[in-house]
Design a protein around this ligand. Structure first.
Ligand SMILES: Cc1cc2nc3c(=O)[nH]c(=O)nc-3n(C[C@H](O)[C@H](O)[C@H](O)COP(=O)(O)OP(=O)(O)OC[C@H]3O[C@@H](n4cnc5c(N)ncnc54)[C@H](O)[C@@H]3O)c2cc1C
Ligand SMILES: NC(=O)c1ccc[n+]([C@@H]2O[C@H](COP(=O)([O-])OP(=O)(O)OC[C@H]3O[C@@H](n4cnc5c(N)ncnc54)[C@H](O)[C@@H]3O)[C@@H](O)[C@H]2O)c1
Length: 438
C-alpha cells in the first residue's frame, strides 16, 4: 500500500490547486487523473477555455475549421502547461482511475494494473457529467452529441438542434449560428432565461433571434428518431429534423464508479456528495470539491472550494460556505450577459426597499465608439441602506465589469459612491456613474 499525506482524485480546479499548495508546504501528495487528455480538468480541455476560444474565433470571422484549429492549439498548450506546473510542485501525478475500497483506502487502476493508496486527507474532485434524459432514442442516436461531442465534430452541421436553453445550449447556439449553421433551440422551460431580469432576458432573446436563431419554449420532447444522415426530434410542438442535435439539459455530479458504497460517505437526493460548511464529507478527512459536491457549477466556484478546504486544513476554518460572499455569472453570447445578486423581483419578494435603474447601451458613449449599441445595464439597490442588491449587465465588457460590482457588494460600498467615482473615458465602466445615479 502506497502511503501519502493527501490524495486528490481528479485534476479539477480545486483539486489541482490544493495539490500544488499542500505539496509546496511539504506534504506528500498524489493527484490521480483518469485521462491524460484531461490534465487541468474539464474547464481547460472540454469546457470554458475551448468554448470561449471557439466563440472568439467565430466572432473574429474565422471559419469552422480555422476556429477548431485555434481551439485545439489552445487546449494542447494549456493541458501541457497544467501538467508541468503541478508536477513541478512535487505532486505525484498518477494516470489511473480511482475508486474507494474503504473510507481511507483508494484503489487505482490503469489497464490491468491495480494498486492501493491511503492517506489521512482525501479530496474528491471528479466533476460532473452531462445528464442524458430518458427520451426514447436519445442515448442510441448517432447524431445526438453532448457538449464534448459538439467540440469534436468534423464538419459544420447545416441544421443544428439544441435541446436545452441553459448556458451550454445558448453559448453553442450562438457559436454555431455565428459559424453559419441554422440553429433551433428547443427548451422545456416556458420562460427564456428564467433567472435573468425579464427585460434584459427579452432583449437577449430578441438579439439572438435577429441573428437568426429560432427558439421554441415549453417544448416537451417525446422521441428521437435517426434517419440515414439526420435525426428527427418528435415533440409536442411538432417534429424537427436536424443534422446534429446537441443535448444540453444539465450536468450531474460524477460519482459513478467511485466506490462510495464501500465507504460512509453520504450522497444527497440529487446525487451530489454531501458536505458540511468546510466541504468535508460524512467521513472526517475526506472532502468533496467542485461540481461533485452539488454547488454552483463554475470553475471559479471550484477555485473558491479550494480556498475553503485550504483554510480548514491549514488555518482556522473561518472561511467556509457560510462566510462565502457574492458571486456573479456571465453568459458568453453577443454581447455577453452578466448578473450578480438579486433581480428586482427577487428583491421585492424579500420585502426589501427597492429602487432600480435601467440604462440602454445606446445611451453610452463607448457603445458608439464600439459601433455596438446592443444591450442594457440594470441596477437594483436599497435606497435606505444605499446597498447594491444586484445588477445585470448586458453589453460589451459586461463579463469584466460585473466583477467590479461584485467587489462593491462584498465590501458594502454604497451605490452612491459608484455614482460619483472617477472613471476613465471613454469606457463601458464609466456608465456605472449614470447607472447608479438613482
Ligand atoms: C461546455 C461547458 C462550458 C462551460 N463554461 C464555463 C465557463 O465559461 N465558466 C465557468 O466558470 N464554468 C464553465 N463551465 C463549468 C465548469 O467547466 C465546471 O464547473 C468546472 O470545470 C468544474 O470543475 P471541477 O473542479 O468540479 O472538476 P473538473 O475540472 O470537472 O475535473 C474532474 C476531473 O476528474 C477526473 N476524474 C473523474 N472521475 C475520476 C476517477 N474516478 N479517477 C480519476 N480521475 C477522475 C476527470 O477526468 C476530470 O479531469 C462549463 C462547463 C461546460 C460543460
Ligand atoms: N458561461 C458559463 O459560466 C457557463 C457556460 C456553460 C456551462 N456552465 C455551467 O454548466 C452548467 C450546466 O449547463 P447546462 O446548460 O447543461 O444546464 P442548465 O441546468 O443550466 O440548463 C439546462 C436547460 O435545459 C432545459 N431542459 C431541461 N430538460 C429539458 C428537456 N427535456 N427538453 C428541453 N430542454 C430541457 C432547461 O429548461 C434549461 O434551460 C450550468 O448550470 C453552468 O453552471 C457555465
Amino acid at each position: 500500500m502506497l502511503m501519502y499525506d493527501v490524495i486528490v482524485i481528479g485534476f479539477g480546479k480545486a483539486g489541482k490547486t490544493l495539490a500544488a499548495k499542500l505539496s509546496s508546504q511539504g506534504k506528500k501528495v498524489a493527484l490521480i487523473e483518469k485521462s491524460k487528455s484531461m490534465y487541468g480538468g474539464t474547464c481547460i480541455n472540454i469546457a470554458c477555455i475551448p468554448t470561449k476560444t471557439l466563440i472568439v474565433a467565430a466572432e473574429k470571422g474565422l471559419d469552422f475549421e480555422q476556429a477548431m484549429n485555434e481551439k485545439n492549439a489552445v487546449i494542447t498548450r494549456l493541458n501541457g502547461k497544467n501538467y508541468a506546473t503541478i508536477a513541478g510542485t512535487g505532486v505525484d501525478i498518477i494516470d489511473a482511475t480511482a475508486r474507494f475500497l474503504s473510507n481511507k483506502v483508494i484503489e487505482i487502476q490503469a489497464g490491468d494494473e491495480k494498486e492501493e493508496l491511503t492517506a489521512e486527507t482525501i479530496i474528491i474532485n471528479t466533476g460532473a457529467v452531462p445528464t442524458i434524459l430518458p427520451i426514447p432514442g436519445l442515448a442510441e442516436s448517432k447524431f445526438a452529441v453532448d457538449s464534448t461531442g459538439i467540440q469534436r465534430l468534423e464538419n459544420l452541421p447545416k441544421r443544428l438542434g439544441v435541446l436545452g436553453g441553459g448556458p451550454i445550449g445558448l453559448e453553442f447556439a450562438h457559436l454555431y449560428n455565428t459559424l453559419g449553421s441554422q440553429v433551433t433551440v428547443l427548451d422545456a422551460s416556458e420562460t427564456f432565461l428564467p433567472r435573468i431580469e425579464p427585460s434584459i432576458a427579452a432583449l437577449a432573446k430578441s438579439y439572438l433571434e435577429e441573428d437568426g436563431i429560432q427558439f421554441l419554449q415549453g417544448v416537451h420532447t417525446q422521441e428521437i428518431k435517426d434517419d440515414q444522415n439526420s435525426l428527427t426530434v418528435v415533440t409536442d410542438k411538432g417534429d424537427f429534423e436536424f443534422d446534429i442535435l446537441l443535448y444540453a439539459t444539465g450536468r450531474k455530479p460524477n460519482t459513478a464508479g467511485l466506490g462510495l458504497e464501500n465507504t460512509d460517505i453520504q450522497v444527497t437526493d440529487r446525487g451530489a456528495i454531501q458536505v458540511n460548511r468546510h466541504l468535508e464529507t460524512s467521513v472526517p478527512g475526506v472532502f468533496a470539491v467542485g461540481d461533485v459536491n452539488g454547488g454552483p457549477q463554475f470553475t471559479y466556484m471550484s477555485l473558491d472550494d479550494f480556498r475553503i478546504v485550504f483554510n480548514y486544513l491549514t488555518g482556522d476554518g473561518s472561511y467556509n460556505l457560510e462566510t462565502r460572499r457574492n458571486y456573479a455569472t456571465t453568459l458568453f453570447i453577443a454581447p455577453p450577459l452578466a448578473q450578480v445578486g438579486l433581480t428586482e423581483q427577487e428583491a421585492r419578494d424579500k420585502g426589501l426597499p427597492v429602487a432600480v435603474k435601467e440604462l440602454p447601451v445606446a445611451a453610452m458613449p463607448r457603445g458608439h465608439v464600439n459601433a455596438d449599441l446592443r444591450g442594457a445595464f440594470k441596477a437594483v439597490v436599497n435606497p435606505e441602506t444605499k446597498e447594491i442588491l444586484g445588477a445585470t449587465l448586458f453589453g460589451e465588457a459586461a463579463g469584466e465589469l460585473i466583477n467590479l460590482i461584485t467587489m462593491a457588494m462584498d465590501n458594502k460600498i454604497p451605490y452612491t459612491y459608484i455614482a460619483k467615482q472617477i472613471f476613465t473615458h471613454p469606457t463601458m465602466a464609466e456608465n456605472l456613474n449614470d447607472l447608479f445615479a438613482i
